[in-house]
Design a protein around this ligand. Structure first.
Ligand code: FES
Ligand SMILES: [Fe+2]
Length: 405
C-alpha cells in the first residue's frame, strides 16, 4: 500500500480515478490532506443545523453552534431577528460567549471586557483610543437561514442560496408545522469513524435487515423496490386524506441546482399496524402541524447533505453529523414534538426515543467495524447495489463539492 499522503498529492486525479458505482477509495477516509479538504470545502461551506427557534424564543436568548475550531453565537435580537455571530472577540480574539446557551443583554468578552450588542455591534471597548472606528469592530456576521423553524448556519463567505430549496420544499414541509415544534430530546453518539462513513450508512437501508430488526419490522425501506411500491400506493390515499404531502422532491441522479444546497423529500409507508416509528406501532405524541390523521408513513427530508430529517405524523428527528477529527465523529439526534406536547402527559420520552436510540447504537457498531475494515491494507472499494442509491448520491455530491467549491 502506498503512503496515504503520496496518494493524494493530486486530489483531482484521485477524484478522476474514482470508479462510478463503487465505494470511495481508501485515502478519502484515511488521508489528513483529504480531511483538511473536507473541513474547508464541506464543513466550512455547507449549511448546517444550529438549532430550532424554540430554543431562542425571546430577545437576548442565544445558543452556541460549535464545530471543530469554530464557534458561532446564534442569538435573537431586540428586533426579534435571529442572527449568527462569530464567537471571536474583535480585540485579541478571545471567545466572547462561553456558556452554550442563555439570555443576555449583551456579550461581554471575558478577557478585557469589550462588550457587544445583540446585533454584534461594539457597545463598549474600555480605554480604546478615539481614533478607532468602532463601527468596524463588531462581531463578524455568519450566514444564517431560518427555515420552518430550523436554524441553519454556514461558515462560508458565499454560501449557497436557499431560494430553490424554499420553492421546492416549502409546500411539502408546511403541513408538518416544524416551526411549531420544540425539542423533546437530543442525544450525541460518538463514533470512531470518519464522518463520511456515518453519512454513507445513514443513506442506505441495505444494512437494515441484518442490523436493525427493530426498524425493519416497522419500516419497509429495507425491502426491494417492487415489494415496497404496493405499500406506498396504499399509503398515498391515506396521506391525501390526512393532509400529508406526498409530492416527491427527489434529486436522485440530478444533484443540487447550481448554487443551491442539495435537497430532497419523499415519503414511504410503514408496515400495517404501525402508525409511527414506535416499538409497538402505537402513536407516540400529538399530531404535528396541520396533519389530521395518521397516514402510517415517514418522510425523508434533506436540507444540505449533513442534516437529514425523518418526519412521522407525530414527531420528527433531525440528524447532525459532526466531525471531531479524521477518525472521530459525532452522530447527534434531535427529537421534535408539537410545541404544546408535554412530557408525561402527551408523550413518554423513553417510548419516543426508543427506535432511533437502539438503531443509532447499532449503527455506531457497524460503522466502527466498517472503519476498521477500510483501514486495512486489503481494503478495496466494492460495487454499490441499487438500494444504496442515496449513498451514491451523497458520494456524488461530496465529490462535486471537492471539485467545484
Ligand atoms: S480579547 Fe476580548 S476584550 Fe480583549
Ligand atoms: Fe442504520
Amino acid at each position: 500500500m502506498k503512503d496515504q499522503e503520496s496518494q493524494v498529492a493530486d486530489i483531482g486525479s484521485l477524484i478522476a480515478a474514482q470508479k462510478a458505482g463503487y465505494a470511495l477509495a481508501q485515502p478519502f477516509y484515511l488521508s489528513d490532506a483529504i480531511f483538511a479538504q473536507d473541513v474547508d470545502r464541506v464543513f466550512y461551506q455547507e449549511w448546517q443545523l444550529a438549532g430550532h427557534v424554540s430554543e431562542i424564543p425571546d430577545a437576548g436568548d442565544y445558543i452556541l453552534f460549535e464545530m471543530m475550531r469554530e464557534s458561532v453565537i446564534v442569538v435573537r435580537g431586540d428586533d426579534g431577528k435571529v442572527r449568527a455571530l462569530a464567537n471571536v472577540c474583535r480585540h485579541r480574539g478571545s471567545r466572547v460567549c462561553i456558556e452554550p446557551r442563555g439570555n443576555t443583554k449583551r456579550f461581554t468578552c471575558p478577557y478585557h471586557a469589550w462588550a457587544f450588542n445583540l446585533d454584534g455591534s461594539l457597545f463598549n471597548a474600555r480605554m480604546l483610543g478615539q481614533d478607532h472606528d468602532r463601527s468596524k469592530l463588531g462581531l463578524k456576521s455568519v450566514a444564517v437561514e431560518v427555515f420552518h423553524g430550523l436554524i441553519y448556519v454556514s461558515l462560508s463567505d458565499a454560501p449557497a442560496s436557499f431560494d430553490h430549496l424554499r420553492v421546492d420544499l416549502d409546500p411539502v414541509l408546511a403541513p408538518f408545522g416544524l416551526a411549531r415544534t420544540r425539542i423533546a430530546h437530543r442525544e450525541s453518539y460518538p463514533v470512531q469513524a470518519n464522518w463520511k462513513l456515518l453519512v454513507e450508512n445513514y443513506n442506505e437501508c441495505y444494512h437494515c435487515t441484518a442490523a436493525h430488526p427493530e426498524f425493519a419490522r416497522s419500516h419497509a425501506t429495507h425491502m426491494a423496490a417492487e415489494r415496497v411500491a404496493p405499500l406506498n400506493e396504499q399509503m398515498l390515499a391515506r396521506s391525501k386524506a390526512a393532509g400529508v404531502p406526498t409530492d416527491f422532491v427527489d434529486c436522485i441522479g440530478s444533484l443540487r441546482p447550481t448554487g443551491s444546497p442539495d435537497y430532497a423529500y419523499n415519503r414511504y409507508s410503514l408496515f400495517d399496524g404501525y402508525f409511527t416509528g414506535s416499538e409497538d406501532g402505537a402513536p407516540l405524541a400529538p399530531l404535528l402541524g396541520d396533519i389530521t390523521a395518521y397516514d402510517s408513513g415517514a418522510s425523508d427530508v434533506y436540507v444540505g447533505i449533513l442534516n437529514p430529517m425523518l418526519i412521522y405524523c407525530d414527531h420528527a428527528l433531525i440528524y447532525r453529523f459532526v466531525p471531531v477529527d479524521k477518525d472521530t465523529s459525532i452522530q447527534e439526534i434531535i427529537w421534535l414534538v408539537h410545541e404544546d406536547a408535554q412530557e408525561g402527559r402527551d408523550y413518554d420520552l423513553t417510548r419516543l426515543k426508543w427506535l432511533w436510540d437502539v438503531t443509532t447504537i447499532a449503527d455506531k457498531q457497524i460503522i466502527e467495524k466498517n472503519q476498521a475494515g477500510v483501514n486495512s491494507r486489503f481494503y478495496e472499494p466494492g460495487p454499490f447495489v441499487e438500494m444504496e442509491a442515496y449513498t451514491q448520491r451523497f458520494i456524488a455530491a461530496y465529490l462535486a463539492t471537492l471539485t467545484t467549491n
